[in-house]
Ligand binder design. Structure first.
Ligand code: 5AD
Ligand code: SF4
Length: 458
């Protein structure tokens, strides 16, 4: 590093950054990588926004409400920034993530607080952008970078990984080429890009060495991941999972979010063969009506989905299903909605997320006729959620009395308790004598809580 830069980095040593994360797990992962990149530039993370020299909002654009939240937070930040300026301290404010990518410079026009806007493809340039912004420039960086950002981002620091806990996310794939007509992701995260096998294996090994026991592979279309194996052959996600299962210390693997069309034979076989691959699969179907699935450009039918679930369950009988649903897509009739309830009944979910359709600017869905009234969307959402809640309870109650492996994750709220994680992602509350953080122990479920399970040691 040239002497001038070293001096500048030294001057940054006391600077603090506060990152607020909205949206999906990939944003959680990205925020960690941004923290790592800024740490290399002398920034330490703070949990107190008032102390921050740099505030970043890592935003989500998936639904209208998610984007609105960002603008109301920016209003609040504008005041904080002025208060800090009155004390002679600068507060640089940045917007990153999917709203940054979708709205770019418009954010600076709408909010005077904002100094920098950086899209998800250029996080490796963040330290440089922050330096420019500190000099009083407004900086917008939303071009898709030609270089691979992951090659230029510093590797997650071991001490920091250990501090974050025994579970970790690892992005293996980003972006989407599917173009579901409701979705902004192809526009905000760009087209599908897979990280290389070598990069992924190296990062997973590093996580394991830092004490991580459970890794969740992330991608907007994670099962579309593909890459070249060490032998020169083309690998899919299934093959990658077999490889990651060999890493010493990694006891549990998961992946999310998948598209039904990319569940290939090798991936299903991985569920059959790999004990470390947790028996829980998030596989959104969005709707149970073939007419709506077609309008959504999902490129499969309700029957295709149900047949696929049968094949997955044949390979791994204890697998629990999770999904996403949208109610009130343009043109959705009562009969279409009933078909969605029917596919939920037929699948039997352990958990699911459901949303009212939110027209997103620039997506084909927003231009379609037949928008559904808000009141109708509300009613449908309520009915759908009642059904899912019922299934979730049946699933959780069915676990009472059973013994299962649990990864001890953190201290509990009550003294003497620890919180673990079941194979099906439920928090499990158990006596601290069950084991140390990072241990995987067998416990017996005694009763269910609202969103958790209570267990005793065996
Ligand atoms: N409106 C409502 N829900 C949406 N989702 C994606 N786009 C929209 C939209 N425009 C939901 C889908 C997806 C999840 C991440 O968010 O169910 O699977
Ligand atoms: Fe939100 Fe999608 Fe961006 Fe994740 S990828 S932050 S869900 S818009």
């Amino acid at each position: 590093m040239p002497a001038g830069e070293a001096a500048a980095a030294g001057a940054d040593a006391a600077r603090k950054v506060f990152i607020k994360t909205y949206g999906c797990q990939m944003n959680v992962y990205d925020s960690q990588r941004m923290n790592d990149a800024l740490a290399a530039d002398g920034y330490s993370a703070t949990e107190t926004i008032e102390d921050a020299d740099l505030v970043l909002l890592n935003t989500c654009h998936i639904r209208e409400k998610a984007a609105e939240k960002v603008y109301s937070e920016l209003g609040r930040l504008n005041k904080l920034k002025a208060e800090r300026a009155a004390r002679g301290r600068e507060m640089v404010v940045g917007v990153t993530g999917c709203v940054a990518q979708a709205e770019g410079r418009e954010i600076i026009r709408r909010s005077a607080a904002v100094d920098l806007v950086v899209g998800p493809q250029t996080y490796h340039r963040l330290p440089e952008v922050v330096r420019k912004a500190r000099g009083g420039h407004k900086v917008v960086e939303t071009e898709y970078a030609l270089e691979d950002k992951f090659e230029h981002l510093p590797a997650p620091r071991k001490a920091e990984v250990a501090r974050r806990g025994v579970t970790a996310f690892l992005t293996v794939q980003e972006g989407c080429d599917k173009f579901c007509t409701f979705c902004v992701v192809p526009y905000t995260r760009g087209s599908e890009v897979s990280r290389s096998v070598a990069q992924i294996v190296a990062e997973a090994e590093r996580l394991a060495e830092a004490g991580v026991r459970e890794v969740t592979l992330l991608g907007q279309n994670v099962n579309a991941w593909h890459g070249e194996g060490p032998d020169g052959s083309e690998w899919g996600l299934g093959r990658l999972l077999y490889r990651l299962a060999e890493i010493p210390g990694l006891a549990r693997l998961r992946y999310t979010t998948s598209h039904p069309r990319d569940m290939d034979d090798e991936l299903i076989a991985a569920h059959r063969d790999l004990a470390v691959l947790m028996p829980y699969l998030h596989l959104p179907v969005q709707s149970g009506s073939d007419r709506i699935l077609k309008a959504m450009n999902r490129k499969h039918t309700a029957k295709d989905y149900l047949r696929l679930i049968d094949r997955i369950r044949a390979a791994r009988p204890d697998i629990a299903m999770s999904g996403d649903f949208i109610v009130g897509f343009p043109g959705e009739t009562d009969a279409d909605f009933e078909a969605t309830l029917a596919i939920i009944r037929a699948t039997n979910y352990a958990s699911a997320y459901s949303f009212k359709y939110s027209p997103r600017p620039g997506t084909p869905g927003a231009e379609m006729g037949g928008h559904v009234e808000e009141k109708v969307k509300d009613e449908r959402l309520q009915r759908l959620q009642a059904l899912i809640t019922e299934q979730q309870h049946v699933f959780a109650n069915g676990l009472v009395g059973r013994t299962m492996s649990t990864l001890i994750e953190k201290p509990g709220r009550e003294p003497g308790q620890v919180v673990g994680r079941s194979p099906w992602l439920q928090p499990v509350i158990v006596d601290e004598k069950a084991g140390e953080i990072g241990d995987i122990v067998d416990v017996r479920i005694t009763k269910t809580g609202t969103n958790s399970l209570f267990a005793e040691t065996v």
